[in-house]
Design a protein. Structure first.
Length: 207
């Protein structure tokens, strides 16, 4: 019987890299970030609700959501962040649920790629949780390099989430990503062997 696995991590932990590797092994990935963008695409009911809640400035000249403007508003006004979440989250859940059910009906194991899985208390919606783990210091270093942030800004983003070490204790399985991409690949394949998804560590025989 196909399984539904929640994949999560901390910011800059390398979750996207793990999702890409999992598709190689036949998993279907349902991505919360993609669903969030679809929820407020041009012409959607979701975008219209954002316009009603945030005003004309929330829509750019091309008719898309003005992410910079909305981001500034919710950063400075927690009540508006809650309002945005109340608009987007139900739509995102519907999109992801429909996609998940389609894959399950086709017999695929499904990865629910949800960055804030623990923050939004969604662990009961999946069969098990896999965490992409790296240290907090590596998260900060990667964010500074990737997003050209100061250490202060990088720390603020990392600390806005549940700590990676607490998530580590909450997850069912862990995928270590503290080193190279090759080692990440090997660590993931070892987990897939242990869980019975593949029979050895070679992609050729896994497919």
């Amino acid at each position: 019987m196909p399984k539904v696995i929640g994949l999560t991590g901390g910011i800059a932990s390398g979750k996207s890299s793990v999702s890409e590797l999992l598709t190689v092994h036949g998993f279907k990935v349902v991505d919360a970030d993609i669903a969030s963008r679809q929820a407020v695409e041009k012409g959607t009911k979701g975008l219209e609700q954002v316009k009603e809640a945030f005003g004309e400035e929330a829509i750019d000249e091309d008719g898309n959501m003005n992410r910079s403007y909305v981001g500034d508003v919710i950063f400075n006004h927690p009540d508006k962040r809650l309002e945005l979440n109340e608009i987007i989250h139900p739509i995102v859940r519907d999109i992801m649920e429909q996609e998940k059910e389609t894959y399950l009906e086709q017999g695929y194991n499904v990865i629910m790629d949800i960055p804030l899985l623990f923050e939004n208390d969604l662990q009961e919606t999946v069969d098990e949780v896999w965490l992409v783990y790296t240290s907090e210091s590596i998260q900060i270093d990667r964010l500074m390099e990737r997003n050209d942030l100061s250490m202060e800004d990088a720390k603020a983003r990392v600390y806005s989430q549940i700590s990676i070490d607490k998530k580590r204790r909450m997850a069912d399985r862990e995928i270590d990503n503290r080193d190279t991409k090759l080692e990440l690949k090997q660590n993931l394949e070892q987990l897939l062997v242990e869980e019975g998804y593949i029979h050895n560590n070679t992609e050729e025989e896994a497919q």
